[in-house]
Design a protein around this ligand. Structure first.
Ligand code: AMP
Ligand code: MG
Length: 346
């Protein structure tokens, strides 16, 4: 009797064991490993950079180190305050030899200056220095109208000459100086993303350089990244007025709260109108979403200068951007496709 019942159960046990084995094997083969994100915070290009990356082929730690190294390389090459940088040499000598990479950056800066009618203008540096926004240690003050007029005579992107044949950038007028502060962070983010994708095509995460953000694929391979837009009227850094969701591309915000001083009750900030020489007054915050961080960066500054009553706002969507502008009274003006990014489920 006993023998008989044992023989009856054993085949079922074997089948059950094989089934469990197949399930475990299947789980091991098909389950996706959960990405492990590594964060690194460092300072570069005059701001705080936060990278949060997870590798697929390469360890997350290696990726964050690649990002930091690349930022440091770009900082040393383009920072106007770093002795020996291309911008430092160009500003001092009036000309500089460039490589293909720098040529692209200079050409982009000039092209977008033309496209925005000079609202974004890299030759704004003489004004930036006058107001004391070139360095955190510079004295900040309201210049006289004479000083502003004098500085304005050097501000015009047409003074930049790009000689592709001789790989040289020069100024057509003595006294011209440039500052790539409104484009460099976005440009650096794009180069870092490119570098990371070369090393590990399936890596994911984001790079945040002082409010300019580049996204590298969805979070945990399937979720959008949640990006809060800072409330320009609040002192609280974490207070948000809006939220957008991205799985790729770039977003940049330019705000009057980033660098400013107050004189006789009036706030003077770091985004200057190249036409007047004074801080732009027709916006307090501009957020731009684009396929890449550099375009988002340029347009966040340019649209800030052009302000909330800009009749060409929708026209700029032809260049692959969507924008949200907050006016000085808190009114929100946005392009037709901006709302798409508020929807969580894509
Ligand atoms: P962002 O924070 O991207 O808006 O860039 C602001 C920085 O760009 C400033 O700190 C200046 O160095 C520079 N800048 C200010 N006004 C302009 C302008 N109208 N065009 C180009 N660069 C500007
Ligand atoms: Mg910008």
């Amino acid at each position: 009797m006993r023998k008989k019942s044992g023989r009856g159960i054993r085949p079922y046990l074997y089948i059950a064991a094989i089934a469990v084995g197949i399930i475990i094997l299947g789980w091991l083969i098909f389950s996706k490993p959960v990405p492990v994100y590594q964060e690194k915070i460092f300072s570069s290009l005059g701001t705080v950079v936060r990278v949060n990356l997870a590798g697929d082929k390469v360890s997350s730690e290696v990726l964050v180190n690649i990002a930091e190294k690349e930022f440091s390389r770009i900082h040393n090459k383009y920072s106007p305050n770093t002795e020996g940088s291309l911008i430092y040499i160009l500003n001092e000598k009036g000309k500089v030899k460039v490589d293909e990479e720098a040529l692209f950056l200079f050409q982009s800066a000039v092209n977008y200056a033309a496209l925005t009618g000079g609202a974004f203008d890299p030759t704004v540096r003489p004004l930036i220095k006058l107001w004391g926004f070139d360095d955190e240690f510079s004295t900040k003050r309201v210049p006289t109208q004479e000083e502003i007029n004098q500085a304005l005579s050097y501000v015009n992107y047409r003074f930049i000459n790009i000689d592709k044949e001789n790989m040289e950038v020069s100024f057509l007028k003595d006294g011209v100086e440039i500052d790539l502060g409104a484009i460099a962070k976005g440009y650096a983010i794009d180069l870092v993303i490119q570098r990371i994708r070369e090393v590990d095509p399936k890596a994911s995460g984001f790079i945040d350089a002082g409010g300019d953000i580049g996204i590298i694929g969805p979070k945990f391979k399937e979720l959008p990244w949640v990006i809060g837009i800072r409330d320009p009227f609040s002192q609280d850094y974490f207070s948000a007025i809006d939220t957008i969701y991205l799985t790729n591309g770039g977003v940049a915000t330019s705000g009057d709260y980033e660098r400013y001083f107050i004189s006789e009750g009036i706030k003077y900030h770091h985004i200057l109108d190249p036409k007047t020489g004074y801080p732009a007054r027709d916006a307090v915050s501009v957020t731009v979403i684009s396929e890449n961080a550099m375009t988002a960066d340029i347009f966040s500054t340019a649209l800030f200068v052009l302000g909330y009553e800009n009749p060409a706002l929708e026209y700029f969507t032809n260049f692959g951007i969507q924008a949200l502008i907050i006016s000085p009274t808190g009114e929100r003006i946005e392009t037709s496709g901006f709302n798409y990014f508020r929807e969580k489920i894509k």
